[in-house]
Ligand binder design. Structure first.
Ligand SMILES: Cc1ncc(COP(=O)(O)O)c(C=O)c1O
Length: 364
């Protein structure tokens, strides 16, 4: 049956392909014990205070949530030292990426991002019929000078994941400063900082500076990663009030549910739990690096909660064999890096299980 009513650009969109769910792997392979290090989720779990707040908030779910996220907005504004009118909350930062496309892209506008990077930028461009230019990463990092070369009069949006997913790499404060100075005013830059809390490097840029200075910049943050609330879906955008006001017109009236708002607020107030999550991730990355070096495997040093390792052969059969041993990771094929695997840090015992399984598979 043909589908003449459907917009062609919608039919060209690839549905999002998530990491394989644990239950599916158990069912398909008859396994009982499966670990998933595939979706950049936080193995520590949410703050107990966030869980308590969520349970409490359940009592009022007969009421619509506060669409403006008043309390959460005040708390995040205080935490970041920005005015509350510079914030907009979304059902995950995914939703905000969608809103950015709807708010800014007109026929003829173009979008630039790096490759490989987070796939939802492509969807934002494609849904709005905006040509997308993918600028290859350089040594696994966003290549800001090469992106600048692609900018023309039609460029409207540039998406930069910093740290990047899947490579975990960053662009530095100095590189960002040079980039921002050279960028024409008609371009809006989206700094997607979903993994910011994990970053340890001192040369990581403070992009809020550009928001405060009135640039056409949107910073995206999320409660999904280091705050461990991926299932509740809370992300936020920080930009100057005119941009936030425009995106707010596009926003669904009740896009962030009341349970999620309460949990995010409590999670924000539990900075000790956040520090534990960041430390667990740091230890996980160090453990992986140590064993990759022992196994003679090249890897990309990461500032996020995942690491790319080069298994020096097609990674799909390695992925399949790891799956049969009950370990779910990601192959690099979806990112155009077919000899790589992307592994999210887990609990220490999960990380050990992955390294043991990888060693067995590589030696087989
Ligand atoms: C770079 C990047 N941005 C945004 C997201 C979406 O996060 P959220 O759960 O806030 O929608 C992800 C999720 O993996 C990501 O890797």
């Amino acid at each position: 049956m043909s589908t003449p009513l459907i917009r062609p650009n919608v039919l060209q969109l690839e549905p999002y392909s998530p990491g394989k769910p644990i239950e599916e792997v158990k069912r398909e392979l008859g396994l009982t014990d499966v670990v998933k290090l595939a979706s950049n989720e936080n193995p520590l779990g949410p703050s107990p205070r966030a869980i308590e707040a969520a349970v409490q908030a359940m009592q009022s779910v007969n009421l619509y949530p506060d669409g403006s996220c008043f309390e959460l907005r005040q708390a995040v504004a205080k935490h970041l030292q920005v005015p509350p009118e510079c914030l907009l909350f979304g059902n995950g930062s995914d939703e905000l990426i969608h809103y950015i496309g709807l708010t800014f892209l007109m026929p003829g506008d173009e979008v630039i991002t790096g490759h490989p990077s987070f796939v939802r930028y492509e969807a934002a461009a494609q849904l709005n019929n905006a040509p997308l230019h993918l600028v290859p990463l350089r040594e696994h990092r966003f290549d800001l000078p090469a992106i600048l070369e692609r900018v023309n009069d039609r460029t409207k949006l540039i998406f930069i994941a910093n740290p990047n997913n899947p490579t975990g790499t960053i662009v530095t404060a100095e590189e960002v400063e040079a980039f921002m100075n050279a960028l024409p005013e008609h371009v809006v830059v989206v700094w997607d900082q979903a993994y910011q809390e994990y970053v340890s490097r001192a040369d990581y840029p403070d992009t809020l500076r550009y928001v405060r200075d009135g640039h056409n910049v949107i910073v995206l943050r999320t409660f999904s990663k280091a705050y461990a609330l991926a299932g509740l879906r809370v992300g936020y955008a920080i930009a100057r009030p005119e941009i936030i006001d425009a995106m707010n017109r596009v926003r669904e009236p009740f896009n962030v549910n009341s349970v999620a708002q309460a949990a995010a607020l409590a999670a924000l107030h539990d900075q000790e739990h956040l520090r534990r999550a960041v430390e667990l991730n740091r230890q996980g990355l160090e453990y992986f690096y140590q064993h990759f070096e022992r196994l003679g495997l090249r890897y990309v040093r990461s500032e996020a909660n995942c690491v790319m390792v080069d298994v020096q052969r097609d990674s799909k059969p390695i992925f399949d064999q790891l799956l049969r041993k009950g370990v779910i990771v990601r192959t690099g094929h979806i990112f155009g890096l077919p000899t790589y695997l992307r592994i999210t840090t887990g609990k220490p015992e999960e990380n050990e299980r992955f390294i043991c399984a990888l060693e067995e598979v590589l030696q087989a």
